[in-house]
Design a protein around this ligand. Structure first.
Ligand code: NAD
Length: 471
């Protein structure tokens, strides 16, 4: 994949999500003539229209509702909240409108041409777009494929509005009395948290022995404990072997080991992963190779097997995270503009926006163990954080995964309120090759949760103040 560099005059970006729209904007800023093709009127993709943003708006409300209850422990009684689902939905949609509408203005101001329609390759040199007005063929020198992904489906489920994917659940059709979440991953736990706060009795069925497989168990434990109190049930190592619509309900047969039993729910959310949107794109006609999972193969500059086509975001493979998509888009655009650039991220932070949040960056303890890599791990429990005490949220934990010889920070993991914001410091530490000593000597503001990063680092050098250093 070492085709000679060329500088395209005209770039077509297919898909306006967190890979596509930043790519289009960046390319326009670099002087390219850019056409951005998407099915939606405004940029944003799944993340802004039907994913990260609306779910975070609802999680914010869920947090308020939980806090209203928790205030009782601090001596404040509030009347039980009354839910106006129409207004909640309208507010959530207004958040999305403001954000995507603003991006639409930025797109116009940059002179990015916009075509609303579905693009596909009809050979190595031809891109066709089906629009409401008819078919168009584009002139292009370079293309970026950023078509994203969609929720995975499970075979054998009834076609019913009661069986929802994340898009359906974010529409908030109602607050079901009893809801089943299939899949205890990012989406299942985030949206399960929302529906539980709104008043649903939420049950989670997860095929593996633990929630959030892949995340370190000590980070998942405080979340699992809190969810056990907020959800009706969490069934691990369990699968749905049959599902059928029965009147106004969905009846499922669950299997755990050799046992099966039936349960009935008003709605079901299926959140068992995402699949790349590669169908009907004409990838094979254009000579663009995909891998076994259907993601487009890219090199370290995000160029595909076609010398004038790049790919970024979910369609270019895991992790399917918006910030990874945006970072890849920048590399792709700079590469096509002839700049020296390469994808060499040491840390792509992951955040699960539950309550508490879980966040990690770089090497996890689980991955180190799997790969037999020796590491030193230091953990700072939030019971020793003054700020966590004032928030009445001491269940958190901050840990550093260090190189045992140099003390270099290889990974950071945090569980606790605000972990998603705090992980950025960890990602920076890993990217710049900081050591635990660097973190320990950086003065962190008091009293903040960010001090837990510094205090974990102090543990590594035996200087900890608020916990006893281990011998
Ligand atoms: P996921 O991969 O996070 O979790 C899916 C879960 O479903 C896993 O725990 C898996 O073991 C389980 N599972 C699979 N098949 C099952 C079955 N038949 N029965 C029971 N359990 C089953 O997937 P997701 O939650 O759908 O999210 C998809 C992707 O979207 C994520 O991997 C992530 O890349 C992205 N996402 C990210 C965020 C975020 O950054 N906060 C939020 C939402 C989604």
């Amino acid at each position: 994949m070492n085709a000679p560099p060329f500088t395209p005059a005209r770039l077509v970006v297919i898909g306006a999500g967190p890979a596509g729209y930043p790519a289009a904007f960046h390319a326009a800023d670099l002087g390219l003539r850019v056409t951005l093709v998407d099915l939606e009127e405004h940029p944003g993709g799944v993340c802004l229209h039907r994913g990260c943003i609306p779910s975070k708006a609802l999680l914010h409300v869920a947090r308020w509702l939980a806090e209203a209850e928790e205030l009782r422990d601090c001596g404040v009684e509030t009347a039980p909240p009354r839910l106006d689902l129409n207004r909640l939905r309208e507010w959530k949609e207004s958040v999305v409108r403001r954000l995507t509408g603003g991006l639409g203005q930025l797109r116009r101001a940059r002179g990015v041409e916009t075509i609303r329609g579905r693009a596909r390759f009809a050979g190595p040199d031809t891109i066709i777009i089906e629009t409401a007005e008819g078919r168009r063929t584009l002139d292009w020198d370079a293309a970026l494929v950023a078509t994203g992904s969609r929720p995975a489906t499970l075979p054998g489920w009834p076609q019913s509005p009661r069986v929802m994917d994340s898009t359906g659940a974010l529409d908030l059709p109602d607050v079901p009395r009893r809801m089943l979440v299939v899949g205890g991953g990012y989406i299942g736990l985030e949206l399960g948290t929302v529906y539980a706060a709104l008043g649903s009795r939420v049950c989670v069925v997860e095929a593996t022995p633990g929630l959030l497989p892949g995340a370190d168990r000590d980070l998942v434990a405080p979340l699992a404990k809190r969810l056990a109190a907020r959800f009706e049930a969490i069934w691990l190592d369990t699968r749905v072997v049959e599902a059928r619509e029965q009147g106004e309900a969905i009846r499922v047969t669950l299997q755990h080991a050799a046992e099966t039993r039936d349960e009935t729910f008003d709605r079901v959310l299926i959140s068992v992963g995402r699949r790349p949107n590669r169908e009907n794109l004409g990838l094979a006609e254009a000579g663009i190779e995909t891998d076994a999972r259907g993601c487009i193969r890219v090199d370290e500059r995000r160029r595909t097997s076609h010398p004038r086509v790049w790919a970024a975001g979910d369609i270019a493979g895991e992790p399917m995270l918006a910030h990874k998509a945006t970072a890849e888009a920048r590399v792709a655009v700079e590469a096509m503009a002839g700049r020296t650039t390469v994808w060499d991220a040491r840390a792509i932070p992951a955040v699960v926006y539950t309550d508490p949040e879980i966040a990690w960056a770089g090497l996890t303890e689980t991955a180190a163990a799997r790969e037999g890599q020796p590491v030193r791990v230091v953990r700072f429990p939030w019971t020793a954080s003054g700020r966590a005490l004032t928030l009445e949220r001491t269940e958190g934990l901050t840990k550093l995964v260090l190189d045992p010889d140099s003390g270099r920070v290889l990974g950071v993991g945090i569980v606790g309120v605000g972990a998603g914001d705090m992980i950025a410091e960890g990602a920076l530490a890993i990217e710049i090759g900081a050591t635990a000593e660097d973190l320990a000597l950086t003065i962190h503001p008091h009293p903040t949760l960010s001090e837990t990063v510094m205090e974990a680092a102090e543990l590594a050098s035996g200087r900890a103040i608020h916990v006893l250093p281990r011998a």
